[in-house]
Each structure stands twice: as C-alpha cells, then as structure tokens.
Design a protein around this ligand. Sequence first.
Ligand code: 13P
Ligand code: SF4
Length: 363
Amino acid sequence: MDNLHCEIDAIRQRLGQKLLILGHHYQREEIVAHTDMQGDSFQLSAAAAQNTNCETIIFCGVHFMAETADILANSPENLARRNGQRVDVLLPDLDAGCSMAEMATRQDVENCWNSLTTLFDAEEIVPVTYVNSTAELKAFCGQHGGLACTSTNARAVLSKALQKNSQKQRVLFFPDQHLGRNTALKMGIPESQMSLWNSIEPEFGGNSSEQIQNSRIILWNGYCCVHQKFVSGHIDEIRKLFPKIRVIVHPECRRDVVEKADESGSTAFILKQIAESPAGSQWAVGTESRFVERLARQNPDKTIVNLAFQPSYCETMGLIELPKLAAMLLSAESGLKRNIIRVDDSIAPDALRCLLRMLQAGS
Ligand code: 13P
Ligand code: SF4
C-alpha cells in the first residue's frame, strides 16, 4: 500500500494543475487523503462548475456525481474559456452507482408526468430531481421548467419551485421521498398535502385523482437503503445511554427519525455543526458510517458515535479503492484515459439547464 501512496503522490505532482481529484465525504480514508477537495454533493458540483484549468477530473464518488461533474465542467461557457478543450471525468469503478438514483427511470417518470398532466396544466407542476438521479432525469427536468436540488439546498429549491406562479403550483419530487417529505414538512406543508407515487400502480401511482389534486408535493417512492437503517428506537436507546447527547441525522432518513433528532441536514451541515460544537460535546450521527468514523477522528475532544449500533456503510461509495485510483492516475498520465463518464450530447444541454437553475437557487 505504501508503494501505491508514493506512486499516486508522484503522478499527482507530475500532472499538477491538469488534474483535479474530487472526493465525497463517504469515501474511504485512504482515498480522501489523495483528494484535492472533499465535500458533499453540492460543494463538489459547484467545484466542477467553477473549474476552468484542469484537463481531467477523477471523481471519487458514485456515477450520478461524475455525470453531474461532466455536465457542469463541460458547459458551453467553460468550454469557451478553454478554447473548446473538454475536461474528461473519470470514475475509478464503473459499478459505483447509487441504488436510489436507479429507483426512478426516465420512462416511469414520463408515464407519471403524462398521468399528472391529465389532471393539471404542465405549467402548474414543477419537476424537481434530487441530484441523486440519472442525467436523463435531469434533462427531463430541464425540458419541463424544473430543477435539481441537493440535500444542502432542497428547501431553497422547493421554495423557488412553489413560488413560480401562483398558489396552484405543485411539485413532483423524485427519487427520494424522504428528502422531499422532510423538507416540505420543515416548510410547513402538512403531509395531508403530499402524496406518494408508486410507479408500479396502474392508476395515479396508487392514489385517487382527488388525492393528487389536493397535493402540493407528489413524492416518488424512492429511498436510500443506507439511511433507512436508522429507526427512531435508536434515538431512544442512545438517549438512555447518554442523556446529554445531541442527535443529528441526514434528511434521507425517515420522517420519525428526523423529527425525533435534535438537528438534520446535509453531510456538510453535519460536519459544520459538529466542528463548531464545544469540546466535550456528545453526538450521535445518523448517516453513512465511514463519514461518521472520520468525524470521530477529526474531533478527538468530542464523543461521536453512530446512531445505530450496527454501522451503515454505502457499499458503492466503498468500491473506490486505492489500486483503482492509482489505475485512473496512470491512465490520465498515459493519455489513454479509461472509465470516462460522458453524458450524451442529446441530453447534456437540458440536464445543464436543470443544474444551473439549482446552482442559481443557492444553498
Ligand atoms: P449529500 O448531499 O449530503 O452529499 O448526500 C449525498 C448522498 O448521497 C447522501 O446519501
Ligand atoms: Fe446513494 Fe444512499 Fe449511497 Fe448516498 S448513501 S450514494 S443515496 S445509496
């Protein structure tokens, strides 16, 4: 392993500014050690959008994140700045997907849209996609006046979507029902004004037409298997053991977990809250365990534990391993780049529109 670390350092030095290595907070420690920047989905998207001088981005994360980086790094504006030179985005393991992103296909979302537009004008519905989705769905949103969100800016995006025209405005939110529901509840929208769309049901996703007509938020039936492992009983148990502990969770957790926790927010929010808390603070964290373990190492003056007693790792994030990162660096240096993630030109412009609207909505 030491050899690999030295090899990676040497190639990074030789490539200098031509290479940017981005890593999501859920990555392995040995990978994070070699990144130029680590962050949550929003921060990494913004970094890809702002990057002007590198030739290759190695994305240590999952497939939808690499797609997002490709779309933003190769926007017409960025291409013009680089005299047409593309940035290649490499994903060290092509199997590193996100099971939630695969829970909404373009066809199923289009079928849903076609059903909804038998009840409302298309202008009355704003499609909002969590960035954890395929580029095809981002393109769908771009085509239909919609936008993307991350867990950092879901509230700003939903507010923007609902204010678009009139009181009649409603949102179709996919794929994560929990982020959509938890965000809408925080905005004061009661669950009675939401419905859950199950794409395998033949009629209105398993709802009556009245239910859909009374809904301001139509939630796709997707979820993250990593965050579903947290249940509200874990909060009761941990509070019995540590009466002063603060519980902080990611909004991909279920409603009852988020409501029982002291705080909820994106990965970057969790990191900040814990970093800014006084020495001696105690935290139980309901999110991906590799990240929680790093928080504990970075904050030795605080007690930081996983909310559940069993760790909850994102297996696909864990597929990015040191030898695969080294292979990407070798391929970038040789000029024979492998594992390039390139979003098709037929959908990239619409997907870009959707992502730029998200970045404009702020965080
Ligand atoms: P963040 O938006 O907090 O980075 O979360 C991304 C993700 O995939 C969480 O499961
Ligand atoms: Fe997808 Fe969940 Fe892994 Fe995030 S933690 S990448 S949502 S499977």
